[in-house]
Design a protein around this ligand. Structure first.
Ligand SMILES: *C/C=C(C)/C=C/C=C(C)/C=C/C1=C(C)CCCC1(C)C
Length: 245
């Protein structure tokens, strides 16, 4: 097998049966991420200089997700089980990049790299604990979910009460403040979609009697579309209003 066909093959390996909602959402997710990536990269060339990095990162987030969605879609088609490793590799790259986005938009108003690293470390804590709860320690997933939530609360603290919030307030730029608020809501409400999926774990998930395990991937896929594309659109909106005005 040539390197090229190794790369292309998983993209075209596809089985979809009626009622396979997990498979549907993997397909829709991969196309939506791809389209969003093209959009963010094209728009990057049209916004003012100081927004180009932010638009680039938005495109990288959906681009990295698109590649992983192609793999996750095939994994699901082939095995009919959750592509947990691809999922967490995607998140471990894209969630820190979302933290970078907060830093980039606040940079002009005095955000320091320390803020960015705090957000990244909290989010890595959250993801590593979540991964351990879904894999090695699945029979204790509730405990690992709780440990993971500490990291999530750390991110929320920085954005809703900590230095990120204070910088946004000080900026005196209404467009930035509006965008920051919207992103903060994404983290509070949009990111809260994920723990709901996690609670479908069969062993001790809090919602295991309500949600089937397949619901986990559907919920994660919805969360990714909302958060990754939504985040990018908020940044795009900020960049264009501020470029015009
Ligand atoms: C693009 C991907 C994103 C924004 C992923 C975000 C993931 C989370 C906010 C996951 C959070 C979790 C908890 C707060 C507890 C249970 C375990 C996790 C990892 C699902």
């Amino acid at each position: 097998m040539s390197a090229l066909s190794n790369l292309i093959e998983p993209i075209f390996l596809a089985t979809l049966k009626p009622g396979d909602y997990v498979g549907f959402t993997f397909f829709i997710g991969s196309m939506a991420m791809l389209a969003a990536t093209v959009f963010f990269f094209v728009q990057m060339t049209r916004v003012e200089g100081k927004w180009k990095d932010s638009m680039l990162v938005s495109g990288l987030i959906t681009g990295i997700a698109a590649v992983h969605y192609f793999y996750m879609r095939s994994f699901w088609a082939e095995n009919g089980s959750s592509p947990t490793e691809f999922r967490y590799i995607d998140w471990i790259l894209t969630v820190p990049l979302m933290c970078v986005e907060f830093y980039l938009i606040l940079r002009a108003f005095g955000a320091n790299v320390g803020l960015m690293w705090r957000l990244i470390i909290y989010s890595l804590w959250m993801l590593v604990a979540g991964y351990l709860g879904e894999t090695l320690y699945r029979s204790n997933s509730a405990i690992w979910g709780a440990i993971s939530t500490i990291g999530y609360v750390g991110v929320l603290y920085e954005i809703w009460m900590g230095s990120a919030k204070k910088l946004a307030e000080k900026s005196n730029e209404p467009a930035l403040q509006r965008a920051f608020k919207t992103l903060a809501w994404f983290v509070l409400v949009g990111w809260a979609i994920y723990p709901i999926g996690y609670m479908a774990i069969e062993t001790d998930g809090l919602l295991r009697n309500v949600l089937k395990i397949e619901a986990m991937d559907v919920i994660y896929n919805i969360g990714d579309a909302v958060n990754k594309i939504g985040f990018g659109l908020v940044i795009f909106n900020l960049a264009t209003t501020s470029t015009k005005g």
